[in-house]
Write a protein that binds this ligand. Structure first.
Ligand SMILES: Cc1cc2nc3c(=O)[nH]c(=O)nc-3n(C[C@H](O)[C@H](O)[C@H](O)COP(=O)(O)OP(=O)(O)OC[C@H]3O[C@@H](n4cnc5c(N)ncnc54)[C@H](O)[C@@H]3O)c2cc1C
Length: 419
């Protein structure tokens, strides 16, 4: 790893004058996917990441705090880029069922992969595993230059190209800059793109726990007065948890002793998997919906959390980001093939990417709002509505099948990598 990075720095010095086709800022799951996919289409890519990813791996290492439930569309993207093998060889867990119920009436809906003749409904994977598998491929790619430990301090967007000014003092030039630097994106700020946001006044407490009973390869989600609680199935009797609480309970949840935390989770899950017998490291994240008012500027686009964040209760954030990356790859490749005499990073091309992705991202954000509204347990009308809707939905096979295929495969016209 270290050797490859220092080679990259030599490359960086050698090519600083020449410029790259694309500079990607942020080498998380989404930025790394975009970098690999664009390089596979013969774009010359520079990937800037402020932190060195940890590529060391041992089967014995404890489960990481951050995980993602990946849809089939995401799995397809990572398979097409030759990354899935690196994920499977480390650690990931397929879940076949999903069980949603609510605390007041105990009304429930059960989704099963068998009902739609699929092997599973998705995979739960540690974020660090996804990033490591991506970087393993990036390190070997001849068209990718990795620049680690560097930050962007300024951007200059001209009518012909973009210039990225680095903290260390250098300036890099490219046809296109891709902001993939997460929810607090510096790229977005430097490009002067405003956000529309909504603070849920909620936090998600996450971590990995071991339970007395098997999760049966099922993801369990219980709606209760404070917010939902979820178990995401991992190896053996281990599950990743997502416990949504009012923001003023965040410090309380983090400060509990392991024993008290295990007890609190057992209670929040109504002991669905018996007692929680062991808890690992935990972390908490305040939840904010954000949407960039535009995804594009001259010679610049935003992807992933830099462009949008959604409430994580349906586990869609990184799945949307990977679709952004795949749609951008399709859009730029098509523009370059169809009109080779024109600039593939021109505004009309970038607009095509934005139109493709914005609608899909808005639908998911709004659906989360709908869930949030329906599951607020402070109003009798909604309580009654839920106790009637959930059993109805559970019995309406066509609705369940449609919902499962939407979540599994994605809602919009899928980019080619995702098909
Ligand atoms: C509690 C919780 C649970 C979630 N569960 C799910 C789930 O089950 N399924 C799902 O699909 N999504 C889930 N999400 C959402 C998902 O985690 C995010 O959507 C995803 O991490 C976004 O990836 P990204 O690559 O866009 O951004 P990030 O993961 O934030 O990566 C950004 C990268 O950019 C780098 N960076 C930042 N600033 C700079 C800079 N100035 N210069 C250079 N590099 C920089 C960072 O170091 C980082 O590596 C969840 C989110 C939360 C909070």
């Amino acid at each position: 790893m270290v050797e490859a990075i220092s080679q990259s720095f030599q490359l960086l010095a050698a090519e600083a004058e020449g410029g790259w086709d694309v500079i990607i800022i942020g080498g998380g799951m989404v930025g790394a996917t975009a970098a690999l996919g664009l390089a596979e289409q013969n774009f010359k890519v520079l990937l800037l990441e402020q932190f060195e990813p940890d590529l060391a791996w041992s089967d014995q290492q404890p489960f990481q705090v951050r995980v993602s439930a990946l849809t089939r569309a995401s799995e397809n993207i990572l398979k097409a880029l030759g990354v899935w093998q690196g994920i499977e060889s480390r650690r990931c867990h397929a879940f076949t069922d999903m069980h949603v119920w609510e605390s007041i009436s105990d009304a429930q809906v059960h989704f099963s992969a068998a009902d739609i003749h699929q092997p599973n409904l998705g995979h739960v994977v540690e974020n660090a595993v996804i990033q490591a598998a991506l970087w393993e491929r990036l390190l070997k790619h001849p068209l990718v230059t990795l620049c680690i430990g560097e930050q962007v301090v300024d951007l200059k967007l001209t009518s012909k190209w973009a210039e990225v000014v680095l903290k260390s003092g250098g300036t890099l030039k490219s046809r296109l800059v891709v902001g993939a630097d997460g929810a607090a994106s510096k790229t977005r700020q430097l490009a002067g793109i405003e956000l529309t946001s909504h603070d849920y006044q909620q936090c998600a407490v996450v971590g990995c726990v071991e339970t007395e009973l098997s999760h049966q390869n099922t993801c369990w989600q219980r709606y209760q007065a404070d917010g939902p609680f979820a178990f995401l199935a991992m190896a053996d009797n281990h599950s990743s948890i997502a416990w949504y609480l009012p923001i003023d309970k965040m410090q309380w949840a983090l400060s509990l002793s392991d024993e008290a935390f295990a007890e609190a989770i057992t209670e929040a899950s109504a002991a669905k998997l018996g007692q929680v017998i062991k808890v690992g490291e935990r972390a908490a994240f305040p939840l904010i919906r954000r949407h960039a008012n535009t995804y594009i500027q001259p010679h610049l686009v935003l992807i992933g959390d830099a462009a949008h964040t959604v409430h994580p209760q349906a586990g869609q954030g990184v799945n949307l980001g990977l679709l952004d990356a795949a749609a951008l790859i399709d859009t730029l490749t098509y523009a370059r093939q169809q009109t080779p005499e024109k600039d593939w990073s021109r505004r009309s091309v970038l607009r095509r990417y934005e139109r493709w992705r914005r609608g899909d991202n808005v639908i998911v954000q709004r659906s989360m709002e709908g869930f949030d509204w329906l599951f607020q347990q402070d109003q009798t009308v909604k309580n009654t509505l839920r106790s009637q809707i959930l059993p109805l939905a559970d019995q309406a096979a066509p609705i369940k099948h449609w919902l499962m295929s939407q979540v599994l495969k994605g809602r919009d016209v899928l980019p080619s990598l995702a098909q």
